[in-house]
Design a protein. Structure first.
Lengths: 222, 751
């Protein structure tokens, strides 16, 4: 069965083409879904891609959570459907309350585009089920507000429930506990700052992102 | 701007033109008389304002046009040459590539963040105006030395502006240059190049046609920002800081989110065939866009100022017509297609208003306050461009040129430790480009920091899948051009072509951004004229058509002109991009072969300047026929996979070339046979260092022999030291620290 993935397009998203391209390269069927739509009928998984959803002059994702599609995404997630937020998508998921915590400005107060190593901390998530625990993946990051933070109780919960999915090997942005990506308690909603779709071809320097996207397609097939 | 509001605003736009008004607007007495001759009557204030912006140096190229004609512009790949919004090349596989370079020097000097940001925004619009999706930006940047607080402010502001706008608008910034030199202290050079791709059959030109068709203004509201930007800012030099701060309102304010939606909406309109013509609003705003589309299409246009959505009440017609508010496009639409156009714009939340119509009225641009309302201006549209003055300004070789050439660096004392001098020249630019998204669209095969950016020829909306690749490089060297603008410019063209060859590409087109001083100084005109001749010579010899360019004059501050700084961007095509081309790197055990011969001439070298503050001497010779052979050889070596690493020899000579290869790969080397600091740091052109492993090194030498290119074995890669026998011996760790910390350390005083 081919998994069908809806890639949500906010007017200021810019990584939607890249997400579609990388997923289709793996045999998935990916389609762009306009943020004004309220239907995710026929989709097995949802990706909120990177970019600047509504310009993000306020706080990244603060307006996107009010886009019509987001209530449908929330229902989709509550029903157990895999939902992945990459970079700006992660920021949107935290603003929408689908994931805890928040993303603040990088330590160093600079936009940061580079390629970093992240470690797979758990294989129990929609974005890591095909990976190996402890594996180190080389994945690009590209953000200004990627410094993950949350209160101590949430952090304790994330650790106890093994919901920290990826950690930076060398923390680039000041994230608490080196967190690069987390999931919800049901493990079907995953948000991360690194861009797996940017590590999808040897010409781009790494194919490590494919392991993550393959996990998503596997999770989508159920 | 202050001047504009005070003079035009206070006087109103009707009534007689005062004696002094045209001068306040930057027009000479002769130019004012010419306008009167064209109109057959005295112009009113609005008309005068429109001519003032369109006849500004920035819009009319009145000082440079005469000389630019000497550049070769034709070639087998050229679809569109200079004169349109961007040059266009046929890349094969049904894909066309649009390329343009611009400057935003003066706005960036006054307001670094917004100046640089709107520079990016402006050039993106030039590209998607042609129907192409912008997929890459490059930024050649030049600043004063960072030991000066103002230079640090400009540098950090410019980089943040490019980052803030470019990342958000969703176009990757894949390379550029960063140069620090005293001559740019108050007048930074912020050049920006953009590349776009499109299906070949979608190429659009900014023309209006079809009487009765509607002029639809898309995007942002029109405000009082950037009024007179082209004449107040871009076409005059700088004085003291207080007066310059006054010019800040002439700088526009950018909104990348608006631009992002505008790009998507316009590309969708073009895809659906809903527009007849489209034109961006840049310098000179609505006046330029309406008159250019009308005159290119040989039609007239009526414009209704009250139909233009305005950001604030009480705007005068001259403000509406000359505002440079960003993120606006003018589309020419048939009345039948209007509803569909409005629907697409609504979906993307892009404002769209009918502000005029195409007329047959003898090619006249008429401005009304509203349809059937008062006529506020009535001029021949073409006269705003075609009748712009053309100056053959006086040219004089500078009196100081001989003295400069005679000041040979040969007598400068040799370094006590050439290793120390080498470290002082190493600058890792990653502090700059790590702030730019350089990976979007999954095209960036070679990221910033290498000789050339390498991109897959692929983008949303392109048909099929091409295996071709693109290589792009921007280069300029004012130290060379100050000594000999002709040869210095030719050397910059040669270097840029060599950079793309190092990525395995065939150079096919060139764009230029000519940054010079005040054209009213005969010495500056000599520099410009010589530079253009040098560019023409190099382009002819290397088969490189010039497909577009930009001239930025009046780059001066406190009465001193900048050194002549022609910057070129060269586009190369890679026939099959199937594996990553070699980069600026070494591999342990690889042999280091230098192609080309060193002339130990230190004139114009970075070493002479850095180590001794010395700028004189003569440039090493450039043999363009030899260079053409070298380009072919290098491309073949790369295509055939013989090079494991490669780097052209340029600023800082073979010493810096070897060090950069070592630093980027964190592999040391030992070289020998380099005779003294002059051979180590000379910047003689047409040289490349190749790192080749095993038999490949022999093959490189053999092929070089066949091509008539001298090849010498410099040494071997490996270990953790940078060693040039008898000259340099430093640890990789020390060199890395010097290289990485160069910019952060220089910025530290501001913390």
């Amino acid at each position: 069965m081919t998994a069908r993935v809806g890639v949500v397009l906010f007017p200021g998203s810019n990584c939607e083409h890249d997400a579609v391209e990388a997923l289709e390269q793996l045999g998935g069927k990916a389609e762009v879904v306009w943020h004004g739509s309220t239907s995710l009928d026929g989709f097995d998984a949802v990706v909120l891609p990177g970019g600047f959803a509504h310009g993000d002059y306020l706080r990244p994702g603060a307006i996107a959570r009010f886009s019509p599609i987001m209530s449908t995404v929330t229902e989709f997630a509550r029903a157990g459907g895999p939902v992945i937020g990459i970079c700006n998508g992660f920021q949107v998921l935290t603003e929408a309350g689908l994931l805890p915590g928040a993303l603040q400005k990088n330590r160093g107060l600079k936009f940061l585009c580079s390629t970093v190593d992240i470690r797979v901390e758990t294989t129990k998530s929609a974005l890591s089920c095909e990976a190996e625990a402890g594996a180190v993946l080389r994945i690009p990051i590209n953000h200004f507000e990627g410094n993950y933070t949350c209160d101590e109780r949430t952090l304790a919960e994330l650790r106890a429930e093994e919901r920290i999915v990826f950690r930076y090997v060398e923390n680039p942005n000041g994230s608490v506990d080196d967190i690069a990506g987390i999931c919800n308690s049901e493990r079907n909603v995953v948000g991360l700052m690194p861009h797996p779709e940017r590590a999808s071809d040897p010409l781009l320097g790494s194919t490590d992102g494919l392991t993550m996207l393959r996990s998503l397609l596997a999770a989508a097939r159920g | 701007m202050t001047t504009w509001n005070r003079v035009v605003g206070a006087a109103g736009y009707r009534g007689d033109v005062g004696e002094e008004l045209h001068r306040a607007l930057g027009l000479t007495d002769d130019e004012a008389a010419a306008i009167e001759r064209i109109l057959g009557r005295a112009p009113n204030h609005l008309e005068l304002a429109m001519y003032a912006v369109m006849w500004s140096e920035h819009c009319s190229y009145k000082s440079s046009r005469l000389h630019l004609r000497r550049l070769p512009t034709e070639g087998p790949h050229v679809l569109v040459g200079p004169g349109e919004n961007a040059g266009v090349i046929d890349a094969g596989d049904g894909v066309a590539v649009a390329l343009r370079i611009e400057s935003h020097n003066h706005p960036s000097a006054v307001e670094p963040y917004q100046g640089a940001a709107t520079g990016v925004g402006g050039i993106l619009r030039d590209i998607f105006t042609m129907g192409a999706r912008p997929i890459a930006v490059m930024d050649p940047l030049r600043f004063g030395p960072l030991d000066d607080a103002r230079s640090r402010w400009i540098f950090e502001g410019v980089v943040s502006g490019i980052s803030g706008y470019g990342n958000s608008v969703g176009v990757p910034t894949v390379g550029g240059e960063v140069v620090f030199d005293e001559c740019y202290a108050d007048n930074p050079l912020v050049n920006v190049l953009c590349l776009g791709v499109m299906p070949k059959d979608r190429l659009v030109l900014g023309r209006a046609s079809g009487v009765g068709n509607l002029a639809v203004l898309l995007g942002s509201t029109t405000g009082r920002d950037g009024i007179g930007g082209v004449s107040v800012l871009a076409s005059a030099g700088f004085g003291d800081a207080v007066a310059d701060a006054d010019k800040r309102p002439s700088v526009q304010v950018g909104d990348p989110f608006e631009e992002k939606r505008l790009i998507e909406a316009c590309l969708e309109l073009l895809d659906a065939g809903l527009v007849v013509g489209i034109q961006d609003l840049g310098g000179a705003g609505l006046t330029c866009a309406t008159s250019e589309t009308a005159s290119r299409g040989g039609v007239g246009m009526d414009v209704w100022v009250s139909a233009v959505p305005q950001r604030e009440p009480g705007m005068e017609p001259f403000e509406v017509m000359t505002s440079e508010s960003q993120e606006r496009m003018l589309a020419i639409v048939t009345p039948e297609a209007l509803d569909a156009v409005l629907a697409t714009c609504r979906r993307w939340e892009v404002r769209a208003s009918v502000v005029g119509r195409v007329t047959e009225d003898g090619g006249r641009l008429r401005i009304f306050d509203r349809p059937d309302g008062d006529r506020l201006a009535d001029v021949p549209a073409a006269s705003l461009h075609e009748d712009a003055p053309l100056y053959d300004r006086p040219i004089a070789r500078p009196a100081w040129q001989d003295e400069l050439l005679a000041a040979s660096p040969a007598s400068l004392p040799a370094p006590v430790d050439a290793g120390d001098d080498l470290l002082a020249m190493l600058v890792d630019a990653s502090w700059v480009y790590s702030q730019y998204d350089h990976q979007l669209f999954l095209n960036t095969v070679e990221a910033p920091g290498a000789d050339a950016a390498v991109l897959r020829l692929k983008a949303p909306g392109l048909p099929g899948r091409s295996t071709k690749g693109l290589a792009l490089s921007t280069d300029g060297n004012a130290r060379w051009c100050a000594l000999d603008p002709r040869r210095g410019t030719a050397m910059a063209v040669a270097e840029s072509a060599l950079n793309v060859a190092c990525a395995g590409a065939r150079p096919v087109a060139l764009v230029n951004c000519l940054n010079f001083g005040n054209p009213e100084h005969p010495e500056v005109m000599w520099q410009l004229s010589e530079a253009i001749d040098g560019m023409a010579e190099a382009c002819l010899a290397l088969d490189l058509p010039v497909i577009g360019g930009n001239v930025s004059l009046y780059n001066e501050s406190r009465g001193r002109d900048i050194d002549p700084t022609p910057v070129v961007g060269v586009l190369g095509l890679i026939d099959r991009l199937e594996r990553k081309p070699p980069t600026v790197a070494m591999v342990p055990g690889g042999r280091l072969v230098m192609l080309g011969a060193t002339v130990p001439e230190l004139g114009g070298s970075l070493w002479a300047l850095r180590a001794h503050g010395h700028r004189g001497g003569t440039l090493p010779p450039l043999d363009l026929a030899f260079h053409a052979r070298l380009l072919d050889l290098v491309r073949a070596l790369v295509t055939d996979g013989l090079a494991a690493g490669i780097h052209d020899v340029s600023e800082g000579g073979v010493g810096v070339a070897l060090a950069e290869m070592a630093l980027r790969s964190q592999v040391g080397f030992r070289a020998s046979g380099i005779d003294g600091h002059a051979e180590l740091f000379a910047e003689s052109p047409s040289r490349v260092v190749v790192c080749a492993v095993g038999d490949a090194a022999d093959e490189v030498v053999r092929r070089a022999g066949e091509a008539g290119v001298p090849a010498s074995l410099l040494g071997e890669a490996g270990g953790d030291r940078l060693i040039v026998d008898g000259l340099v011996d430093v640890s990789l760790a020390d060199a890395t620290a010097a290289w990485r910390n160069a910019i952060p350390k220089a910025l530290a005083p501001s913390r």
